[in-house]
Write a protein that binds this ligand. Sequence first.
Ligand SMILES: [Zn+2]
Length: 155
Amino acid sequence: MAPSLSPPSAREQCVLRMVFTGTPGSPAVSPSRAGRRVWVPDTQECDMTASRSARERKAAAQAGPLARVKIDLDEHQQFVYKISCSECVARGHRSWSAYRPGGDNGFMAAMDRWIFHLNEKHPWADAPCLAFLPAAQQRLHERREQRGAEDEPRA
Ligand SMILES: [Zn+2]
């Protein structure tokens, strides 16, 4: 079930960088720490104004078929990322979702929560983002070190 990931376009590199290696301006996670699937673009030129629907499509593709990805705008015109699990809803369980406000950090946080949910509840799901579990775990570890246990995952 190894995801087949072809070399991304320039815009995809930008999105992948935001999702998996941090936001522009923050210290980049080195490829060795984040896993070999991380692409670091040659140029810092990133289209930060990628439309909400484009972000939604990209996130949905990475999150896999179980995910329902929705990006809203809050009252401050900030993106609010919501990823919910269609399978957990269909089974009649309490709906699982990750709901994180805030720019690209929110995007990353929601995707990380989703990766942890998949890993715990649907480890065989065909989701490209599962390839990034080690990187997500590393980020969780770093966030815990920075902010204590405040960011415990609630899968
Ligand atoms: Zn689920």
